[in-house]
Design a protein around this ligand. Structure first.
Ligand code: SF4
Length: 310
């Protein structure tokens, strides 16, 4: 079966070997974050819907997981916000019913956690990783560039409520953008927010690959460590990608196609998508994997970030 909605599995910096599920078309999100590694949001929306057929996603999962692959997580992530999809609860329920040996993770921008339907849909997951990058409204608008009507106050209230109700693990992610949310004042507000949420872990993240806005720079490792320490003992920096285990043939196939494309000429991720027909989320994950093998390197050019052989 050819998979349209699954990608990987690939080594993830947080989740080990993770099979990805992409529930929205590229690039559908309620935010247009300046640091997003998937590129600019082309469909900025707060409207939930069945963006891709729920039964097709379930059929792909059934086909793939029936082979009993070695995975640490099945993860709802990809090239947009997974909780925009109204079938996410049904898909999680299918996974927990048919393949209970696999841990299910949901990465979310937290935009919809005020919605009781969304919170209920996530209840059967094992791990939810909500993002919170800002508490001040003006910082939220500058970093996350949300669809109209969404406020930082709503996002924080949603995460607090969700963390109180959710029986699984909550790992809060805070993405640091130097010059935007690393002021003393905002970091203190974020620390207060962490205390209100009470997550199992706080993961402090920064730019690892080129973001949507090319001027966004990573915070230094020292700054990330200091912020994590300030947040408390359950906070830490997101580490390096795990050593790759043997990747399934379809992933190595995609890696080979991308490498062959880059060896012909340096390409942006968008070029690779256009030239290979691979999905943007798959290209993003494979580029990370190839970079971790030190086979390619990014170079900033006028038209964006190009990858060339290392
Ligand atoms: S980082 Fe996440 S929330 Fe932000 S634009 Fe990208 S997919 Fe959406």
């Amino acid at each position: 079966m050819a998979y349209r909605y699954l990608f990987g599995p690939v080594p993830s910096r947080r989740l080990g070997i993770s099979l990805g599920i992409d529930l929205v078309p590229y690039k559908t999100c309620a935010f247009d974050c300046i640091y997003c590694e998937c590129g600019q949001t082309t469909n900025l929306t707060c409207e939930r819907g069945e963006y891709v057929p729920t039964d097709r996603v379930i059929a792909e999962l059934d086909d793939y997981l029936a082979t009993a692959p070695d995975l640490d997580y099945v993860t709802f992530a990809g090239s947009g916000e997974p909780t925009l999809h109204t079938g996410i609860g049904e898909i999680i329920a299918f996974l927990k019913d048919r393949y209970p040996r696999y841990r299910v993770a949901v990465l979310t921008n937290s935009a919809f956690l005020t919605d009781p339907e969304v919170r209920a849909a996530l209840m059967q997951a094992d791990l939810v990783v909500p993002s919170l990058d800002a508490v001040s409204e003006e910082v939220f608008l500058r970093i996350n560039r949300p669809c109209p009507g969404l406020t930082a106050g709503q996002v924080l209230a949603g995460v607090v409520t969700f963390a109180r109700e959710f029986p699984g693990e909550v790992w809060l992610e805070v993405f640091i953008v130097p010059g935007e949310n690393d002021t003393e004042d905002e970091i203190q507000r974020l620390k207060d927010a962490v205390a209100a949420i009470g997550p199992d872990r706080v993961q402090v993240n920064t730019l690892d690959r080129p973001g949507t806005e090319i001027w966004v720079q990573p915070a230094t490792p020292g700054a990330i460590e200091r912020i994590a320490e300030f947040f408390g003992e359950n906070a830490g920096a997101i580490g390096a990608a795990p050593e790759s285990r043997a990747m399934p043939p379809e992933v190595e196939g995609a890696v080979e196609i991308i490498l062959a494309t880059i060896r012909r000429r340096p390409c942006t991720p968008d070029d690779i998508v256009a030239l290979t027909g691979l999905r943007p989320a798959e290209v993003a994950k494979c580029l990370r994997l190839i970079e971790s093998r030190a086979l390619i390197e990014p170079v900033q050019e006028k038209r964006g970030v190009f990858y060339r052989p290392a």
